[in-house]
Design a protein around this ligand. Structure first.
Ligand SMILES: Cc1ncc(COP(=O)(O)O)c(C=O)c1O
Length: 356
């Protein structure tokens, strides 16, 4: 039986979006591909209300951690870490051989402007990176306030935001957030199959990257954007089938509007939060709960593994906690195309199985 995915990625993909991939192949150097790709970029620009540079890469979102390290870190980066994915940014920068310090926050807490500013004041940093939506803990950090604070005090510092599990659900506008790189993946709130990443990149980031050696080819911002400026295509062969699906899905997203998607995600998040507070407790610091994935403290000591086995029989999958939080928390994702009614249905099944 197919299990409907209430996990924080991959999320459920509408059959029509899946079908949009099943079109005849075209060459990635043909005019037909240029038309498809420029259409996708224009729709993304509309969706995110930005004039910044946009690219779609055939990769998952993690590639952008390598891109960050290789293109932007000349002196030293500050990685704000409050969970497993923000930690991956820290280790990636280090493994790329670049200098990086960690601003180590307790898991479950959010990063905040004063914390970031204080840390930036203590070193000679040229990059700061954080996860706007830390999927391992379900914590949402105020990335816009942080961006404004950074750019006011340290305008030359490059600001990188991981929006992998929130963009397309939460309302994120890179121009207002003042990001130099904001990146996301196709398999989360965009509700597409995995395999594409989207990066929104400032002119300043591309220009800075030109001064930095050792960027490789696939991960070089100048290679990507110079090629786009000249040919309006990708420098290497893209996943054209997925690009068809993204083109199709963006029409649906623009029809719903970014604000409409935000409201729907907020409504779903509110339903889960209210339910969690009635039966359990929310894991994140109050006021910083994710819009797309709710992490709930397993205060009743129930077996999350057994729950998922029972839910599977009913065609539903949720997530256990991440890493050390495996049985201490469980996560219900409400991202992509789900509706409040479907989220209520999942909660009803959990109540029924656990006898709540
Ligand atoms: C916040 C966050 N960052 C990065 C990643 C890694 O993204 P990908 O699996 O697309 O490489 C994930 C994946 O779950 C994530 O949730």
């Amino acid at each position: 039986m197919h299990k409907r995915l209430f996990i924080p990625g991959p999320t459920e993909v509408d059959p029509q979006v899946l079908m949009a991939q099943a079109r005849p192949m075209i060459g990635h150097r043909m005019a037909e591909y240029t038309a498809l790709y420029t259409r996708v970029i224009d729709k993304l620009r509309k969706y995110f209300k930005t004039e910044q540079n946009i690219t779609v890469i055939t990769s998952s979102g993690t590639l952008w951690m390598d891109i960050t390290a290789r293109n932007l870190v000349k002196k030293k980066a500050l990685a704000v870490v409050n969970g497993a994915f923000s930690k991956r940014m820290f280790t990636t920068i280090r493994e790329c051989g670049k200098e990086v310090d960690i601003l180590d926050l307790e898991w479950g807490t959010a990063s905040k402007p004063d914390l970031v500013l204080k840390a930036l004041g203590e070193g000679d940093y040229d990059v700061v990176a954080l996860a706007q939506n830390e999927t391992s803990t379900g914590v949402r950090s105020p990335a816009e306030e942080i961006g404004k604070a950074i750019k006011k005090e340290y305008p030359e510092v490059m600001y990188v935001v991981d929006a992998v599990s929130s963009a397309g659900g939460d309302l994120l506008e890179p121009d207002k957030m003042q990001t130099d790189i904001m990146f996301t993946s196709s398999q989360k709130a965009f509700a597409l199959p995995p395999g594409l990443s989207i990066g929104i990149v400032s002119d300043a980031a591309i220009e800075k990257s030109r001064e930095i050696p050792g960027k490789g080819h696939y991960t070089s911002l100048p290679v990507i954007f110079d090629y786009y400026a000249k040919k309006k295509q990708n420098p290497a062969t893209p996943n054209i089938s997925l690009m068809y699906a993204l083109d199709y899905q963006l029409d649906r997203m623009l029809k719903e509007t970014p604000e409409g998607r935000y409201e729907r995600h907020l409504a779903m998040a509110n339903i889960v939060r209210e339910w969690a507070r009635k039966h359990f407790e929310m894991f994140p610091e109050p006021g910083y709960e994710s819009m797309t994935v709710s992490t709930i403290k397993n205060t009743l000591g129930k077996s999350v593994a057994d729950l998922n086995k029972e839910l599977a029989k009913r065609g539903i999958a949720i997530s256990n906690g991440y890493g050390d939080l495996k049985e201490k928390t469980f996560r219900i994702a409400h991202m992509g195309e789900w509706t409040p009614g479907e989220i209520k249905e999942v909660l009803w099944h959990i109540e029924d199985i656990w006898g709540l």
